[in-house]
Design a binder for this molecule. Structure first.
Ligand SMILES: Cc1cc2nc3c(=O)[nH]c(=O)nc-3n(C[C@H](O)[C@H](O)[C@H](O)COP(=O)(O)O)c2cc1C
Length: 365
C-alpha cells in the first residue's frame, strides 16, 4: 500500500507533482480555534527559496498560497485544512526520456519499475524538491500551534561540502539564518559556503550539505514508546525530505566512540528546573523528550541532477548509454531545505503533542 500521509493525530497528506498543475497539502486533525490566515503560511513558504540567487535552480515560481478549506473567519474549524500553490514556471521538455534513460542518483529508475512506467517524472515529479513546499505549508500551521506552547524550532546550514560553520548560539540562529543566501547562522562562513556551491556548479557538479536543528521548550514525555519513539518518528519525517541520507540526534554517531562516563548527561536542579549539564542525548531518552533542547543534524547528498555527461542505461533498448541531464537544478540542497527541516520537526512534534493530550482539540485564545 502506498503512503502519502505523515502522522497519526495531526496528519499531513501531500498531493501534486513538480510539473503537474499544483502542489498541495491536506492537514487533518488540526485543532479548531487556531487563529491563522494565508499570510502566516505565505511567510513560511517565502522563507523556502533564496530566490533569484545563482545558488538555487533558475525556476522562479510565485508560490502564492491558496487556502481551500478548513479556515473560517480567521480560525481553523477542525475540518481538514487544504492549501496549495500552483506550478507555473515549467519547462517539461527538458525531462523527456527520463523514464527510459534514468538519471543516476535520482528516483527515475525505481519509480519507473515500481509504477510500471506511468509515473510523471517531469521535473522529478513526486520526487522533486518542489514537493517540500507542501511540508512547509503544513509546518506553518504546526509552528502556530507550537508557538502557543512557546516551543520554537530552528535550523540552519552547518556544512556545505567541507566548509563548516563554527559553533553558534541560539540567538545567532534566530537572527542570522534567513539573512544570507546559504541559510547559515555563522555569518563569517557565508562567503566560503557560497564559493563552495558556485565552484561545484561551475564544474557542472553539485555538493552535499548538513542542516543542524534545535527545538526549544519541548515538555518532558513527548513520544510514544515502544514503536512510535519521538526520535524514530522525527527521523522518519526527516527522511521523507528528498536527498536526506542521514539523521542524528545529540552526539549521534560520535556517541559510539566515547565512554558512558563521557556520554551520560548528569542531572541537576537549576533555577528550580530539572536539567542536564550536557545534552549528548539530544533531548530524547527512551523515545521521549526529556525537557532539554532537541538537537540533531540532517545530512543531504549532493543533488543528483548535474550538468556533466553520465553513464546510464536505455531501458527500452536494454543497452548502456550516456546522458546529459537538462533542466534547472539546485547545486546544493541545504539552502532550500532549512525551513523544510524546521517544518517536518514541527509537524511531528504537534502530532505527538496531540496524541499525548498536551495540545488540546479546541484552542481557546
Ligand atoms: C529543497 C530540495 C531541492 C532539491 N533540488 C534538486 C534539484 O534541483 N535537482 C535534483 O536532481 N535533485 C534535487 N533534490 C533532491 C532530489 O529530489 C532527490 O535526491 C531525489 O528525489 C532522490 O531521492 P533521495 O535522494 O532521497 O534518494 C532536492 C531536494 C530538496 C529537499
Amino acid at each position: 500500500m502506498s503512503s502519502n500521509t505523515l502522522g497519526k493525530a495531526f496528519t499531513v497528506t501531500c498531493f501534486g507533482e513538480s510539473h503537474g498543475r499544483c502542489v498541495g497539502v491536506v492537514i487533518d486533525g488540526c485543532p479548531s480555534g487556531l487563529r491563522i490566515d494565508e499570510s502566516d503560511i505565505q511567510m513560511e513558504v517565502d522563507r523556502r527559496g533564496p530566490r533569484g540567487e545563482t545558488l538555487v535552480s533558475g525556476r522562479t515560481e510565485e508560490d502564492k498560497v491558496e487556502i481551500l478549506s478548513g479556515i473560517y473567519r480567521g480560525y481553523t474549524t477542525g475540518a481538514p485544512v487544504t492549501a496549495l500553490v500552483w506550478n507555473r514556471d515549467i519547462m517539461s521538455r527538458d525531462y523527456e526520456g527520463l523514464a527510459d534513460k534514468p538519471r543516476p542518483g535520482h528516483a527515475d529508475y525505481p519509480a519507473n519499475v515500481k509504477f510500471g512506467g506511468f509515473s510523471d517524472l517531469r521535473g522529478g515529479g513526486r520526487w522533486s524538491g518542489r514537493m517540500t513546499v507542501t511540508l512547509v505549508m503544513a509546518g506553518a500551521v504546526a509552528k502556530k500551534l507550537l508557538n502557543l506552547h512557546k516551543i520554537e524550532v530552528l535550523a540552519y546550514t552547518s556544512k556545505v561540502g567541507n566548509v563548516e560553520a563554527s559553533k553558534v548560539s541560539v540567538d545567532e540562529i534566530r537572527v542570522n539564518t534567513y539573512k544570507n543566501p546559504v541559510r547559515t547562522a555563522d555569518l563569517k562562513i557565508v562567503e566560503k559556503m557560497v564559493e563552495e556551491i558556485l565552484n561545484a556548479k561551475s564544474r557542472g557538479d553539485s555538493v552535499g550539505s548538513i542542516v543542524d536543528f534545535i527545538a526549544l521548550n519541548v515538555p518532558v514525555g513527548v513520544g510514544e514508546p515502544f514503536f512510535d519513539p519521538l526520535d524514530g518518528d522525527l527521523a522518519k519525517g526527516l527522511f521523507t525530505i528528498p536527498g536526506v541520507k542521514g539523521v542524528e540526534f545529540g552526539l549521534g554517531f560520535k556517541s559510539s566512540t566515547v565512554y558512558g562516563s563521557e556520554n551520560n548527561d548528569e542531572y541537576k536542579i537549576e533555577a528550580g528546573r530539572i536539567v542536564t549539564s550536557t545534552n549528548n542525548s539530544g533531548g530524547i531518552l527512551g523515545g521521549m523528550s526529556n525537557g532539554m533542547p532537541i538537537t540533531g543534524r540532517v545530512a543531504f547528498k549532493p543533488p543528483p541532477s548535474i550538468a556533466r555527461k553520465q553513464k546510464t542505461i536505455d531501458l527500452k533498448r536494454f543497452e548502456n548509454v550516456e546522458i546529459t541531464v537538462g533542466g534547472r537544478h539546485d547545486p546544493c540542497i541545504a539552502p532550500k531545505a532549512v525551513p523544510v527541516v524546521e517544518s517536518v520537526i514541527s509537524i511531528v512534534l504537534v502530532d505527538h503533542m496531540l496524541r499525548s493530550g498536551i495540545i488540546k482539540r479546541i484552542i481557546k485564545s
